[in-house]
Design a protein around this ligand. Structure first.
Ligand code: ADP
Ligand code: MG
Length: 252
């Protein structure tokens, strides 16, 4: 099951640049939460603070607290374990190009020590079914490389790879912005199905997409979370003038 995420006094830097300032929010379990805002406002940096990827950059620094379920991810748990619990999908599908579809999906499992063939077969099938890709690739699992799939299929394979290690949270940073409209709508349908089991955080610059998939939406501007509310409220009756200016297309 997904778990709630509680962010308190989160600040992040690249070198001397203070990129995220005093972020506070509560992301509900088993829902999709969208993060919107103009390019460069800190959305990707924020999601990377939720699985401790931000700190893998040598010039980066972070303070504050992030709790995922009962765990303070900066104190109670290792970066490796947190990245198992918090899966991530990026804008560009990033398959391991020389690996088969099968090996792509179970790469994380193998890192986590799984060796049993039958168990791997079962998890690969279940993950590909959850990512709505099984029927398209079931006959080619070990024959075709992950990189031979179409862009939309590669992205669903990357989602299957993230799901294979049984995460609680799925972070998706503009997961459809490099895809065609049909593939985009498949990813949106998928988010709809997955949110009953996972807590989903999706960065998107597409406001219609946020409105279609997410119950909650946060608007970021210049490293601050300006407003966080139900998606309906954000898009119909925002409290902050800056949110209104953004959603009505006055900037960004
Ligand atoms: N690796 C990095 N090194 C230095 N600055 C960065 C790095 N990544 C992002 N930034 C800066 O941090 C700010 C926020 O970027 P980002 O989180 O990528 O925004 P968004 O995802 O909303 O477009 C931007 O000013 C960007 O230039
Ligand atoms: Mg980004």
């Amino acid at each position: 099951m997904g778990v709630a995420i509680e962010v308190k006094a989160l600040n992040a830097w690249y070198g001397a640049t203070h990129t995220l300032q005093d972020i506070e929010l509560h992301i509900p379990a088993n829902h999709a939460t969208a993060l919107i805002g103009p390019s460069g406002c800190g959305k990707s940096t924020f999601v990377r603070c939720l699985n401790r990827m931000h700190e893998t950059n040598p010039i980066a620094r972070v303070t504050g607290s992030v709790k995922i379920g009962d765990l303070d991810i900066y104190n109670d748990i290792s970066p490796v374990e947190i990245r198992r619990r918090v899966g991530m999908v990026f804008q560009r599908p990033n398959p391991f190009p020389t690996m088969s579809i099968y090996d792509n999906v179970c790469s994380g499992l193998k890192l986590n020590g799984y060796r049993n063939r039958r168990e791997l077969d079962e998890i690969v099938e279940r993950s590909l079914r959850s990512a709505a890709l099984w029927d398209e690739v079931r006959d080619d699992l070990k024959k075709k490389s992950g990189a031979s799939l179409s862009g939309g299929q590669q992205q669903r394979m990357c989602i299957a790879r993230a799901l294979a290690v049984d995460p609680e949270v799925l972070l998706m940073d503009e997961p459809a912005s490099a895809l065609d409209p049909v593939s985009t709508s498949k990813i949106e349908d998928l988010i709809f199905q997955l949110k009953s089991q996972y807590t989903i955080v999706i960065v998107t610059h597409n406001m219609q997409q946020a409105a279609r998939v997410a119950e909650k939406t946060g608007f970021f501007l210049n490293g601050r979370l300006v407003e966080f509310d139900s998606t309906h409220k954000i898009f119909t009756n925002p409290t902050d003038k800056r949110t209104e200016d953004y959603i009505t297309g006055r900037f960004g």
